[in-house]
Write a protein that binds this ligand. Structure first.
Ligand SMILES: [Zn+2]
Length: 689
């Protein structure tokens, strides 16, 4: 580009870029033809591809600090609704089109829709979605909320997205920053990668739960909706200045979702949310260890949320939210990096948390603590020797940088010691590779030692304890994470009747479903005679997650009694997930006797086809001619039957092969596609697990 005259430093130069192009399907824009006869596959187009899709169809460079305002004008067929960012400026029916190369077929009507984003936002958040949507209108304070869904999903949309006003109110109160955009739309489209927080106009996958699916706590409402909404503050109002600080978008959004449930349903619900993050973080860290703030970090969601949780515990809620408010207001409509968040804390609280940022944000890993106890009855003192055993063994990765795990992590924790004559708590600062903690003033021998009572430190704990301490803790510790740790310890003591009775009691009567479910799962390693009563009783639990665990555990325990109980659950349970797991358990217990149930399950509708999918799995593991017939009947409902048939055919099953050949020329385009894909994958040696 040549300028008419040379531009000087600080000059402003305005450009108009005229461009046109052909979009490659799936590069920034996704086009779907209508597939009549296939549920939820209407004609549509949407932008997608996460944070790097837009430069493929708009002249932007797509980096997070590329902030702009924009107008989006789209001309589409008359039956399609266009959703984009900001506010709707106009929607006009076009004059009938004359036939030309650039216009739609003569005679078909189009309309032109104009949306305008008036406050600056990052260009990776520009979005377009067009489909035969119905709009469901809602409101929070003066902010219009719109849910754009297919006509058949209108009833489901009201229930699903009806949580939005309460979430908006909660996030506004917690952060002290009102929802910052003109309106908020949530639009569901087909075959989408979960959700994308386009500014003021989130795009989501079209898996709207039916009424029965709410028994299983759908991920959609639990995680997806609050996560994408939280991005409207964290990511959209204040954006990570580059992708190495991506955790400021993703970790904060994930953290806020947990805060919503904590605010709404109390501390157990909050711990429940982050315990899941903790497990996923440990799994990803074991595959590849990188710091939170690094390019392509694999833990921006999980560790990001956990680090924010720790920060909130360290500061206390009020100073924490004051810091968050400072961060959001200081960088509104702009960008921030990890140190900007630290400075916001410094400004709001006076605390310089260099050490916290160093160990949790810029370095990798977590502390691995090994604790050993010694009780001195004469001195009435419990001595805990605490060693940090984490090793810094990460090799340089292929990109070159070598990340280090601190040899010493610092933090404040609370030790709680129970005795038959009262409890003693002691606050301790961990700051050495090895240190000794003395808890004095015990009036009798300890019967419970809780190390890090509030789980203030992200860690892995090794602490060998007598079973009676653990049993005590399981019934008296209100912290969900600690209970979960205790259950893991007890699960390994399958020869210990005290462990079995502690787990059985927790399975029946713990005050939160997750503890009950974990206790039921832990009983699977115990002798059936000891485990069965509690596991069977759990089939009547009010929580579907507990019943689901009970059914799976019964399948592993085995025996006629377990089998009868599982068959009953398959017949009568009201939860899709429980029935799906019951079917899998039945098929594992007796693949021949369970054939009628598997056949029935192949055509049993359920949310996200969990029951059908369980049946397909069972049929794949023990196929016979009736089940292969059953698979062929549902070949148009999802891709999995084609994959199973192709696998069976490649192993020499002629009936499966004949079925595939028949559907190679199926009248339904998507079935032909699935069959060809399945054959191709088989030829490439991708056997179905
Ligand atoms: Zn996100």
């Amino acid at each position: 580009m040549r300028l008419a005259k040379p531009a000087g430093f600080r000059d402003t130069v305005r450009f108009t870029i005229n461009y046109h192009g052909r979009i490659t399907q799936g590069r920034g824009l996704y086009f779907f033809p209508a597939e009549p006869g296939r549920p939820r596959h209407h004609q549509q187009v949407y932008s997608g591809g996460g944070t790097d899709g837009n430069p493929n169809w708009i002249p932007t460079y797509g980096a997070p600090n590329d902030k702009a305002t924009w107008d989006l004008i789209a001309r589409v067929p008359a039956g399609l609704t266009v959703v984009s960012n900001g506010r709707l400026v106009s929607d006009k029916v076009d004059p009938p089109a004359r036939r030309s190369r650039a216009s739609p077929p003569a005679g078909s009507r189009t309309h032109t829709v104009h949306w305008r984003q008036e406050r600056p936002a990052s260009t990776y958040l520009i979005s377009l979605a067009a489909a035969p949507f119905k709009k469901v209108s809602d409101r929070w304070r003066d902010v219009p909320l719109d849910y754009y869904v297919y006509p058949e999903d209108v009833a489901r949309a009201r229930r699903l997205f009806g949580v939005t006003p309460d979430m908006m109110e909660t996030f506004t109160r917690l952060t002290g920053v009102k929802y910052p955009w003109d309106g908020y739309s949530q639009t569901t489209v087909t075959d989408f990668i979960g959700g994308m927080e386009n500014v003021g106009a989130t795009t989501l996958v079209d898996w709207l739960p039916d009424a029965q699916a709410y028994r299983d706590r759908p991920w959609y409402r639990h995680s997806l909706i609050p996560h994408e909404l939280a991005h409207q503050w964290f990511g959209n109002l204040v954006t990570a200045e580059n992708w190495s600080n991506y955790w400021l978008n993703e970790g904060m959004a994930e953290f806020m979702a947990g805060q919503y449930w904590g605010f709404r349903n109390g501390p157990h619900a909050e711990d429940d949310f982050y315990l899941d993050e903790y497990r996923r973080f440990l799994a990803s860290d074991s595959r590849r260890r990188v710091p939170l703030a690094s390019f392509n970090s694999n833990n921006v969601y999980t560790k990001g949320a956990l680090v924010m949780r720790m920060l909130k515990q360290h500061l206390g809620p009020e100073p924490f939210w004051a810091s968050i408010n400072r961060y959001l207001t200081r960088h509104s409509f702009g960008n921030a990096n990890s140190d900007d968040l630290r400075r916001a804390v410094l400004h709001a609280t006076g605390q310089n948390l260099d050490w916290f940022w160093d160990q949790w944000v810029y370095n990798a890993g977590y502390p691995e603590l090994a604790v050993s106890p010694e009780y001195d009855s004469v001195a009435a003192t419990l001595t805990l020797t605490v060693r940090q055993t984490q090793l810094d063994v990460a090799p340089a990765d292929s990109a070159g940088p070598r990340f280090s795990t601190p040899s010493v992590f610092q933090g404040r924790i609370l030790v709680r010691v129970g005795t038959s004559s009262g409890e003693v708590r002691k606050q301790v600062r961990l700051d050495r590779r090895e240190q000794v903690i003395r808890v004095e003033g015990l009036r009798s021998e300890p019967n419970m030692v809780v190390f890090d009572e509030n789980n203030a430190m992200l860690k892995v704990l090794t602490f060998e304890q007598p079973t009676r301490w653990l049993a005590h803790q399981l019934s008296r510790d209100s912290n969900l994470w600690n209970r979960s740790w205790v259950i893991d310890q007890l699960a390994r003591r399958s020869g210990d009747t005290l462990a079995a009775s502690a787990l059985s009691r927790a399975a029946r009567s713990a005050d939160y479903y997750l503890t009950r479910a974990q206790a039921v799962a832990a009983l699977r390693g115990f002798p059936a005679g000891i485990a069965l009563p509690a596991v069977e009783a759990s089939l009547r639990d009010s929580s579907a997650a507990v019943r689901e665990t009970a059914v799976t555990t019964l399948g592993l325990l085995g025996g006629a009694r377990a089998q009868a109980a599982v068959r009953e659950a398959w017949k009568r349970d009201s939860s899709y997930e429980v029935r799906a797991s019951a079917l899998t358990a039945l098929a594992r217990l007796d693949s021949v006797a369970s054939r009628p149930q598997v056949l029935a399950a192949l055509s049993t509708p359920s949310y996200r086809d969990v029951i059908q999918t369980a049946a397909i799995g069972a049929a794949a593991r023990a196929p016979d001619s009736t089940l292969i017939d059953g698979l062929e009947k549902i070949i148009g409902e999802q891709k999995l039957p084609s994959l199973v048939l192709a696998t069976l055919a490649s192993r020499g099953d002629t009936q499966a092969l004949a079925a595939l050949v028949r559907h190679r020329d199926d009248s339904r385009s998507w079935v032909r596609r699935w069959v060809l894909d399945a054959i191709e994958e088989q030829l490439q040696g991708k056997d179905l697990e």
